[in-house]
Design a binder for this molecule. Sequence first.
Ligand code: KG4
Ligand code: ZN
Length: 331
Amino acid sequence: MAGLILAIETSCDDTCAAVLDGPRIVANAISSQAAAHARFGGVVPEVASRHHLELTVPVVEAALAEADARLEEIDAVAVTVGPGLIGALLVGVSTAKAIAAPRRLPLVPVDHLQGHVAANFLEPDPLEPPFICLIASGGHTLLAAVHDPATHQVLGQTLDDAAGEAFDKVARLLGLGYPGGPALERLAADGDPAGFELPVAMSRDPGLDFSFSGLKTALVYLCRDLGPDGVAERRADLAASFQASAVGQLVAKLDRAIQAGDWNAVALGGGVAANSPLREAVASLCERRGLRLKLVPPELCTDNAAMIGSAARFAAPVPYPDYLSYDAFPR
Ligand code: KG4
Ligand code: ZN
């Protein structure tokens, strides 16, 4: 795809729009709804779609303003079509169609997870396949093999909760706010990761899938046995032990995937990639295995539209009017 791409991403709780010129980000606008969902302790689908309805047009305008570009200069519109919350996705898909159709522009439907992979193809320093990508966020946890920039193969994924979801649930158990990952990491910094013996889930499973709900349940039982005073006294140790076990599982599966193939690099994506103990563990694993570690900046790790525009460069554009009947898909 040549020319300027306008990209829109509304699959979860961030309203995002970006303008790209090839691998270069010209504008990357985002309006996070985290505060709107905080009082519910998690993302509420209906609240998310309502916010997207209000925010999508202003965020697209903000991206165009930041790019100093007019709608007339855009050559294609890219949009996340799934997976995600259906009501949220529909807002982005309808907006993209409404922008593209009157000008007969092509539309590029993008898979959200391929977007996370494609964050690694952006300037500066775009990554060359083959590489392994570990994506861990509040909504997904997966290991992807990337052999060509247009696609990825899922090597393993979570069988239940996403990694970030587990951080959020345990954070709530320990009386921390939403999103809980960053707060849990801060609390864990003062705790003993060996304070409680928690198994690393799936370590005996020969596959590359993940599971986090058992770990969360183990924490629920631990807290019940400790009682409110015991929990209050050992909060930091509980957080550190949980974090060590969750990171241990991510790193163990990543190492297994590394050893099963021939790779140039390992890339980390998703909100959980902000976790320092995870970053440090993956960095030392990469050093041990002689692989480069690619870490995109935090704003490209979490949901954003620049990664959707990046994926669109390698995807097939759908000409007008074929995309008018295009739908969003929740999974
Ligand atoms: O990618 P993201 O911003 O949004 C989606 O889920 O799509 O990821 C947010 C998730 C939340 O579950 C949050 O608790 C987690 O990433 N997270 C962290 C950290 N920062 C964000 N988890 C652990 N440690 C962190 N430092
Ligand atoms: Zn995501």
